[in-house]
Ligand binder design. Sequence first.
Ligand code: FUB
Ligand code: ZN
Length: 630
Amino acid sequence: MPFNRRWRRPTFSEIKVTDSFWSTRQQTLVRVTLPTQFSQLESTGRLENFRRVIDGEHGKFSGFWFNDSDVYKWLEAVAYGLAIEDSPELRSKADIAIDLIARTQRPDGYLNTYIQYEKPDMAWKNLSMMHEMYCGGHLLEAAAAWHDALGDNRLLNVAVKFADHVMSIFGPDRRLGYCGHEEFEYGLIRLARATGDTKYREFARWQVDTRGSRPSPFEPELTDEVALSMHRGQVGQCLRDGAYNGEYLQDHAPVREHTSVVGHAVRAMYLYMAATDLADGEKDEAMESALRRCWDSLTKRRMYVTAGIGPSGDNEGFTNDFDLPNGTAYAETCAAIGLIFWGQLLLEQTGESDFADIVERSLYNGTLSGISISGDHYFYDNPLESRGQHERTPWFPCACCPPNIARLLGTIGQLAVGIGDDTIAIHLPIGMTVQTPLATIEVSGNYPWESEVTIAVTPRTLEPFGLAIRIPDWADELGLELEVADEPADYQDGYAVYHRVWSPGDVIKVDFGTEPKWIEANPAILDDLGRVALSYGPMIYCAESTDNGFLPQRAAVLTEQEVAIAYDASLLGGVTTITVPAIVDQDAFPDGLYADLGTITLQERDLKFIPYYAWNNRGKSSMQVWLRRA
Ligand code: FUB
Ligand code: ZN
């Protein structure tokens, strides 16, 4: 399918999430996550950095040079949170931040507290590392969010001035330049939509199209003492064998020539999001094929079973095909979120459900593990095995992930549904009420714990229209019943579609046939050899020592035997557990390290699994996703 947008996202007034799984999390977002994050923005000096610029001297700049972006991402999430559930306290916290941002902006539109406070003469001198446009991109996204979700244009005015300032310096007839950390491109696209001014979209296109230029605008920075005085990190990341190598920041080749995902994972996701959006309706075959190549490289050779991506902490990103170590997996929360953002754009433009499969996998696994059930502790990296050293924390010195997961949680409803001219698509069958010009759709059930979902349609037109229901990749047998008539569905691009004239009260019952399933990994993933993982619907499971009284590393599962499923409302906010027979190595062993074969005694024990996202919510523990197979 060519990239021609098929679905648009519902606005906040068109959708209400009523899902037992996600609405609790959205409530926690507004009542716990966003208020506690504001306290962190204050106590760690991120907001103080703005006051420092406004007022002059207040001591040293706090933290990383891209700390402004945390404030912008938090504000973006607040816009969504307030659209879901109004909160005067949260609103007044946001007002403080918005006011500070507006007052910090220079009259010419420039805005970056680190540069303004610490290095006022160094603006735009080190594009590869200093994140000025990256921070600006998050400002633009926050501005678009406040405009779109709340009709509030205060940030939009700041964003327009900033974008105009950048465009007065860089551009086709000006200086060649783009940011070492992509993000501004997508921010510009959203700014163009919010303002209706396409010049921002075209500027984003120019930045995407010129990325990978030779000589690269980053090359001179590697020998420029002024640029290096601010950050020498680019030398290590960008030089290989003494020559410039732009892989770390996806500047190794023009995007249309990219063949696989490389470098820093979050950067790559943000670049491909912009490129995908820009390809919409352009019939740009070279770009479409590059994006499909990179998507395949990512999801067929470089992605964990949890949809975590970027195995290495060295470059916070990609290494080689099938290199997916479990215990040292970096799998940054932001990268998993970026994968959702990119996959959703591909889904909306192509209508192909494969993209939604990955979005769903990331959502319920590698992304959701990034936040505690209480909503105020976070993982930065999301390993698939722990020997007890990992624990979520309330914040990080580099705190990109917490506000990123907040903005993702605010837009679950927007991921669940696609609205087309004559079709409504249910991408994620979560509980919700959707009001579109064609119909009101009510989805109810207890997904993902239960198999059955009911979709009730109340049309607003006498004309026929389509209802498309995604068939998840994990559903072997999909039961579909249109209660009012014996009409078969059409199957298109992984969706079951009923196209008909609807009457009020028409109901479709869907049974996803959710069953526990064992998964094997491609033998090329050496870390998973001889191992299996357990899934239930969209969720990947793990075994945690907390539930079992022994280390899961010592167990080998008996995959041929029956498993027991139980929903436990009192455990981890309500989860379905799966108990599996396993063989466990016993403790008794003579003093010392080694002994003759046969010394170890084995015992059959039950091994209880919980959803991966829910691990480490009861203190430190040993955990494994890929278990040895007996
Ligand atoms: O550099 C900004 C953000 O901080 C990146 O996206 C993350 O990977 C972390 O390095
Ligand atoms: Zn992050």
